[in-house]
Write a protein that binds this ligand. Sequence first.
Ligand SMILES: Nc1ncnc2c1ncn2[C@@H]1O[C@H](COP(=O)(O)OP(=O)(O)OP(=O)(O)O)[C@@H](O)[C@H]1O
Ligand SMILES: [Mg+2]
Length: 255
Amino acid sequence: MSLLEVRGLTRHYGGVRAVHRLSFDLAAGEVCALIGPNGAGKSTCFALLSGLERPDAGRVRFAGTDITGLPPQRILRLGLARTFQIPAVFSSLDALDNVRAALLARAGLDFALLPRRLRPLADEARALLARVGLEELADRPAATLAYGDRKRLELAMALAHRPRLLLLDEPTAGLALGERFALVDELLAIVRAHRLAVLFTEHDMDVVFRIADRVMVMDHGELIAIGTPAEIRAHPRVRAVYLRGGALDDAETSP
Ligand SMILES: Nc1ncnc2c1ncn2[C@@H]1O[C@H](COP(=O)(O)OP(=O)(O)OP(=O)(O)O)[C@@H](O)[C@H]1O
Ligand SMILES: [Mg+2]
């Protein structure tokens, strides 16, 4: 059985077909890239899957439950977590408290209302920070963290929800080349260790071909190709519509 089943998912904004009749499946533990030019509909797809936007049509099943139109918190509790194209952290809180807030949210508790209940979660929060390489920066306000470290923090917060599926919207955007590979390699180790499924958007083809088991390509709201990295690289329509071939040829398939 698929972990995620998407059927005919559609969201239009006025005349813009942001997402149009999207259908695909994801298996447990699968690492899948969602690529496509700017405005192809990738972030809208994530917003629909995570409950931030309601679809005009179509269904989404996750782990056997129909999650179409459910509120984001319900979807998160079922084990579908996401990160954003721009990291979403509480900038005034330190890194440790950001993760504590996520742990409390998992338990249905509000960070601001329950300060005394935070203490027992410190160990779990520290373990999550260590998982993403931030243990040394636990006491730093999130606002003062480097951009890449804010991305790591957001990942730790997503992991706090013990997801079975992670949606990562451009996990390496804004990072320098060297840091990009370091982050995706760490990410992949975490994902494999927990047997998480991942659906991620990414503009860097080197990153896509390095970590994806499978690649899906969107253009103008529609899915135009699904396949292995090798199949996608050779796909005529992808080459024509997406990157005119060049960026696909330059990217390396193996680490
Ligand atoms: N809230 C909105 N209101 C109106 N139009 C929107 C809204 N959100 C997205 N769109 C439009 O839907 C289309 C898809 O946008 P989306 O952000 O999903 O693309 P994307 O593939 O994530 O692009 P990028 O690679 O630049 O992040 C675009 O034409 C965008 O302008
Ligand atoms: Mg986007």
